[in-house]
Design a binder for this molecule. Structure first.
Ligand code: NAG
Ligand code: NAG
Length: 187
């Protein structure tokens, strides 16, 4: 072998070494990228939060009373990250198991002082009541109450608020709200 061929051979070896090193780092980078993408997907699908209020208009309206339990359909949706709250049913279907913060505010205005007032609602998960609010009196005209809980929920659980029989919620917009957000995921 002449001197020139030998130099060429050494260069080829060097190029191959670089190629292999390049390949190895590329494979490593691809692995890291896949891991990062997966983490990002988890973070994105964990963005679950909604807030809805009972009435979209600011005209005085009432929901109820009825003679059976009635699921409250909070019609004005301010935020629905993850799209899990359905305004046509009033049901929040848990998209990802985890611990959720849930808040319900109940308010009613009897129209004038002394008139019968009954604002009563229950927070249910799959039909089981977790918390209730009830305000009944004949002394003043307005009353309000709040439920705020943290619950561990499973994917597919149905969370909603029922109005109790004989009760009603009357307001002129944005007094009655239903909200939830994921505190942390169990998945
Ligand atoms: C680099 O990787 C590709 C695909 O995995 C392979 O075809 C190629 O032969 C590798 N090159 C070297 C120098 O290892
Ligand atoms: C909301 O619920 C209604 C009634 O069950 C259904 O027809 C509709 O598809 C649901 N909307 C969404 C976005 O899931």
């Amino acid at each position: 072998m002449d001197k020139f061929a030998c130099g060429c051979c050494a260069m080829l070896q060097e190029v191959n070494k670089i190629k292999m090193q390049y390949n190895a780092s590329l494979i490593e980078l691809e692995k890291e990228y896949t891991k990062t993408k997966h983490c990002l997907e988890i973070i994105e699908s964990s963005r679950i939060a909604f807030t809805a209020t009972l009435f979209a208009s600011e005209k005085f309206r009432c929901f109820g009373d009825f003679n059976v339990d009635m699921t409250i359909r909070y019609e004005l949706v301010f935020l629905n990250l993850g799209g899990a709250y359905n305004a046509s049913t009033g049901i929040f279907t848990v998209p990802r198991s985890g611990v959720y913060s849930i808040t319900v505010t109940a308010y009613s205005d009897a129209g004038s002082p002394g008139r019968h007032l009954a604002a009563c609602a229950s927070l249910l998960v799959n039909g089981k009541a977790y918390a209730r609010v009830s305000e009944e009196n004949a002394k003043d005209q307005e009353d309000s109450a709040t439920i705020a809980v943290a619950l561990s929920l499973m994917t597919g659980d149905k969370v909603y608020v029922n109005l109790s029989p004989g009760c009603s919620l009357c307001d002129e917009g944005h007094y009655n709200t239903f909200s939830s957000f994921l505190l942390y995921s169990n998945e």
